[in-house]
Design a protein around this ligand. Sequence first.
Ligand SMILES: Nc1ncnc2c1ncn2[C@@H]1O[C@H](COP(=O)(O)OP(=O)(O)O)[C@@H](O)[C@H]1O
Ligand SMILES: Cc1ncsc1CCOP(=O)(O)O
Ligand SMILES: [Mg+2]
Length: 259
Amino acid sequence: MNVADVRKKSPLVLTYANFVTPQFVANTINVIGASPLMSREPKEFEDLVAIADAVVINTGTLQEKEINHIIQLSQIAYDMGKPVILDPVAVSVPFRANAITQLLKNGHVDIIRGNAAEIAWFAQVTFDSQGIDATGDGDVVKIAQKAAQATGAIIALSGTCDVVSDGQHTQTLDVNIQLLSTIVGTGDALSSTIGAFVATDVTVENVVSAMATFKLAGQKATNIVQTPGNFSGQLLDQLFVIKATEVQQFINESVKKHD
Ligand SMILES: Nc1ncnc2c1ncn2[C@@H]1O[C@H](COP(=O)(O)OP(=O)(O)O)[C@@H](O)[C@H]1O
Ligand SMILES: Cc1ncsc1CCOP(=O)(O)O
Ligand SMILES: [Mg+2]
């Protein structure tokens, strides 16, 4: 889907959110024309997944007792044919690595969206990080391709250069918008945005469409404001008004295919 399709369909995106950024994520989903809902209560997972169009699992503040909950949520989504997007925040930290290993083994994930260091963990490539942030350098195209082959999921690697790969087909969007990395929660918001864009079809194209919409909104916001506080609001405003035609032009000009 493109952003016009998202506004028409208004998919309900169910997010198992961390406790740091849910307000920003919910606003992002709302302004692009989709419908946000957050829950961490297993007793209502069946009912919520039944009405959801996509399920996003963010493990940013996961606790031990919740590991089984996210596995259960991913299985319910799989049984009901709803796409599952995983945001594996700081996955290389041992407790998180163990939780995600269990989720991949016993649950089901269609798309993994993370920064380069997070995606490198799935590819078993060393990549420097500091908590939630990727700080190292590496071949992000190879890392995304390897992670896709290792997990069977579509990989959405974000950063200066966004990379989307299913292991065979790979597309990149290399546009530097420094202010996007100054706001905590842009990664989480991007993961839930991807949920909205793949609600009808889990494809590399739909993931690229989501990432390009997000990045172009960021680029347009930097033409208006240059500081993080104002940028955060302006990013939401630009996502609210962005047109599918301008995103398509941005994709035509800036997305490269590596097949
Ligand atoms: N230096 C950068 N230049 C351009 N875009 C960036 C940069 N850093 C992050 N982004 C964008 O910010 C959003 C969040 O990505 P990222 O910061 O990688 O996630 P996370 O917050 O999970 O670490 C994505 O849309 C990504 O493309
Ligand atoms: C700071 C922090 N701590 C645990 S989750 C989280 C937010 C991560 O947000 P993002 O990955 O979108 O920057
Ligand atoms: Mg993140």
